[in-house]
Design a protein around this ligand. Structure first.
Ligand SMILES: Nc1ncnc2c1ncn2[C@@H]1O[C@H](COP(=O)(O)OP(=O)(O)O)[C@@H](O)[C@H]1O
Ligand SMILES: [Mg+2]
Length: 278
C-alpha cells in the first residue's frame, strides 16, 4: 500500500466550520502516514502537537513544516533541525533548543546569515534577482547547517521547502529506488515542485564524469524547477570547474549564471582528534 498523498490546495477563504473539517482531514492523513512509517519500522517524526490553527495560513505552515521535517528525516539530518539564521528566526519560532554548552543554535557570521536572510526576504517578496544560492566550502565548514537554517526560515515564511542530498536523489529516482512510502513519481514531484529545494552535497559522491543517468536526472530536476521559476540552494565542496566536468558545462553555467555564491571558510568543526607524531 502506498502512503497517502497530501494534495493540498489552500482555499482563499474558508469559514470556521469548513476550516475545522479541513484541518481534521489533513491531521488524519498525517497520522495515517506516521502510523504506516512506524509499522514499517521506519524512523518517524510525529505530527506537530495538536493546537487550534486559527487561520488557513497558519495551518498551511504546519503542513509545510511537516513536509520539511520529513525531508530531514529521510536525509537522516534531524539533528540539524534546530539551527536558526538569526534572532528574528528565534523570535518567530522560539523552540527550546540549545547546544550542549547552552548556546543558542545561531549561525556564525562566516556562515553568511545576513546574506541568506536578505536572499530569502527577496524571494518571499518576489523581488529577488539571483534565483539560486550556492554554498561552497570545505567539509565541516558549516554549509549544511546554514542551508538548513535557511530552510527553517523559509518554511516559517510560508515557502514549501525540502532538503535532499544529490546522491540520495539520484538513488531514489532509479527504477525501484524510491524510499519506503514514496513512489518514483512522488520523488520527482516533491523535488520538482518544492518552493525552495535545498540540494546538498552536489556532486558529493562523484569523481570523473557522471553517468548519463546522473547527468540527465540532475539536469531535468533543475530545468523543471527553473522553468517554473523555482529557486534551489546548493551545498557543495567542489568548484565550478569540477561541477562542469562531472555534470557538463551547460549545467554548471546554468546554475552559476544566476546564483548568489557564498563561500564557507571555517576550519573543519568535525576535525578528528589527532594522535601520534609523524
Ligand atoms: N555556528 C556553529 N556553531 C557551532 N557548531 C556548528 C556551527 N555550524 C555548524 N556547526 C557544527 O559543525 C559541524 C559541521 O557542520 P556542517 O554544516 O555539517 O558542515 P558541512 O556541511 O560544511 O560539511 C556540525 O557538527 C555542526 O553541528
Ligand atoms: Mg554538509
Amino acid at each position: 500500500m502506498s502512503a497517502p498523498t497530501l494534495a493540498f490546495a489552500a482555499p482563499a477563504k474558508v469559514d470556521g466550520e469548513g476550516l475545522a473539517r479541513h484541518v481534521a482531514a489533513v491531521r488524519k492523513l498525517i497520522a495515517a502516514g506516521v502510523a504506516e512509517q512506524r509499522d514499517r519500522g521506519r524512523p518517524v517524526v510525529e505530527a506537530a502537537p495538536e493546537h487550534e490553527t486559527a487561520t488557513v495560513d497558519e495551518h498551511q505552515r504546519l503542513i509545510f513544516a511537516q513536509a520539511w521535517r520529513n525531508s530531514l528525516v529521510r536525509a537522516r539530518h534531524t539533528s540539524y533541525a534546530g539551527w536558526r539564521l538569526d534572532d528574528q528566526a528565534l523570535q518567530e519560532d522560539p523552540t527550546d533548543f540549545r547546544l550542549p554548552g547552552g548556546d543558542l543554535p545561531l549561525l556564525d557570521d562566516h556562515q553568511h546569515p545576513a546574506m541568506l536572510r536578505g536572499w530569502l526576504d527577496r524571494l518571499a517578496a518576489g523581488t529577488g534577482k539571483k534565483r539560486h544560492v550556492i554554498g561552497w566550502g570545505g567539509v565541516g565548514s558549516g554549509k549544511s547547517t546554514a542551508l538548513i537554517a535557511l530552510g527553517n526560515a523559509a518554511v516559517r515564511a510560508g515557502i514549501m521547502t525540502r532538503y535532499v542530498r544529490h546522491g540520495d536523489y539520484l538513488r531514489w529516482t532509479r527504477p525501484d529506488g524510491a524510499p519506503p512510502g514514496m513512489t518514483a513519481l512522488q520523488v520527482r514531484e516533491f523535488h520538482d515542485r518544492a518552493g525552495l529545494l535545498i540540494l546538498d552535497e552536489l556532486c558529493g559522491e562523484m569523481d570523473g564524469q557522471a553517468t548519463e543517468f546522473a547527468r540527465r536526472e540532475t539536469a531535468d530536476l533543475i530545468d523543471a524547477r527553473s522553468a517554473s521559476g523555482l529557486p534551489t540552494a546548493f551545498g557543495t565542496n567542489v568548484t565550478f570547474d569540477h561541477v562542469a566536468a562531472v555534470l557538463g558545462s551547460r549545467f554548471a553555467s546554468r546554475i552559476g549564471q544566476n546564483a548568489l555564491v557564498l563561500e564557507f571558510q571555517a576550519p573543519d568543526r568535525r576535525a578528528p582528534v589527532r594522535w601520534g607524531r609523524s
